[in-house]
Ligand binder design. Structure first.
Ligand SMILES: [Zn+2]
Ligand SMILES: [Zn+2]
Length: 137
């Protein structure tokens, strides 16, 4: 399916083709740190269909859990995570795009959870928490 989205401030916009059956959660500790949250949700977008406007900032981090170096791209103005990919010049084979920036995120439910051994213990119990339809009452 076609996907498109933008960072929080709108400086970076992306579009591409992605398979909605490939949405995944990553519970690794690097994703917890990199998102400032409990886990990351991503979908792979082939490099051939990936288009972007605006220049993201990035850094290369060899993740502790997988041992692989990954380029982590984010908006230099608002800090929204945009994607990770393999290091190297030019178009890469695949971009792991962050689902939270996508307009189609309602249709992109995760179908697997990776690195569950480092998942926060409470993530399976969120449904038990009191729910406010809006912010704090
Ligand atoms: Zn931004
Ligand atoms: Zn991760």
């Amino acid at each position: 399916m076609k996907i498109d989205g933008a960072c929080h401030c709108g400086f970076i916009t992306i579009e591409g083709e992605a398979d909605p059956d490939k949405v995944q959660i990553c519970h690794c500790t690097d994703c917890q740190t990199g998102t400032g949250s409990a886990f990351r949700i991503s979908i792979p977008v082939p490099g051939a269909s990936f288009k972007m406007k605006g220049q993201p900032a990035n850094y290369v981090k060899t993740t502790a859990d997988s041992g692989r170096p990954r380029v982590q791209a984010f908006c230099p103005k608002c800090g929204s995570p945009i994607y990770s990919t393999s290091p190297g010049d030019g178009v890469q084979p695949s971009y792991m795009v962050r689902v939270g920036i996508l307009r189609q995120r309602d249709q992109l439910a995760p179908l697997r959870q990776n690195w569950f051994r480092s998942a926060r213990a409470w993530v399976t119990q969120l449904d038990a928490l009191p729910k406010n339809e809006r912010g704090m009452p």
